[in-house]
Design a protein. Sequence first.
Length: 363
Amino acid sequence: MSNIIDVGISLDQEYQINIGQQLAHSFRIYCETHYNRNSIFVLIDENVNRLHGERVEKFVSDFEHVHLIEIPEGESSKSVREWNNITNKILEIGIERSTPILAIGGGVTGDLAGFVAATVLRGVPLIHMPTTLLAMVDSSIGGKTGVNHTTGKNLIGSFYQPDAVFSDIAFLDTLEQKEWITGMAEILKYAAIRNPQLFEVIEELIHQPLTPKERWVDVVEESARIKADIVQEDTLEAGKRAYLNFGHTFGHALEKVSGYGAVTHGEAVFVGMIAACHFSRQLGHPVSDVRFSPFLSLYKKQMSPLSVNTEELLDAMKSDKKVKDNTIRLVLLNDWGSPYLYSCEDHSLLQKSWSYTLDKFNT
């Protein structure tokens, strides 16, 4: 059984997010009704293949030809070089415009494989099968694909919607604690911008990963629904979809200054949300980062100390792809569940927010 969320992108384009346990049968039925099952390309994180290779075989067993391409784990794989390597392999093997690409892994695999699917033959069918908590609640939903550039994160890419998403909670059985904490940050983001009740739910569940699985299915479903609802309102990030970037402008700066991969995306977003809360509070809004306090020790254990300085972080924020006319666009909170966009011209407030946040992680 799976829970299904319909994501309407336009009048003539929609897809389903399937969330549950042991979804191999549902996946095979889906492929039977949508593809000729002659050939499929499976772009899979190498670590996921090692841990779940037999499970993956059950998903794609109905296809006559299964072309499996491993993607090295880690942020360094989100590169033009890796995109080129994979594209070359696919074109050398041979692919038709009706041949699906199945992306199995975390956010790195999904973003990279999505960009491959968007660009090979100007677009082939894409199915996401996220295997991390972060990918299930965030990166597999919404159609953002791409790779990093030396000047910034996700600067090369496209919006390209999948045919479907299959989030099988069974893949989380082998998820390391570090990855649970990474994924938790995006769920806490949804708590901050849309459903504050998730704060209490996650505070209870984070100490018992996957126990019980049904509760985590519900959390993943609620998080995915929040993102899907916002994406449907603003497919190309012209307005409300930017709310999903709460904490991200700060977080991306931390990732860049630290060196991509040194700090995980979720860790950086958690830090960024505390900074964004402090910034909001400086403007007089009734939001205190105390809501994040129950989770702070988990992140500090993985990250402290943060050996970065505020000047470098400010410079990184100024080079963010969303900056216009030296104005840094932030997502702030009027109150919990009430985000808004703010054009920041007073960089001294950014400095104060960074100083406040770094003190929390370095003391």
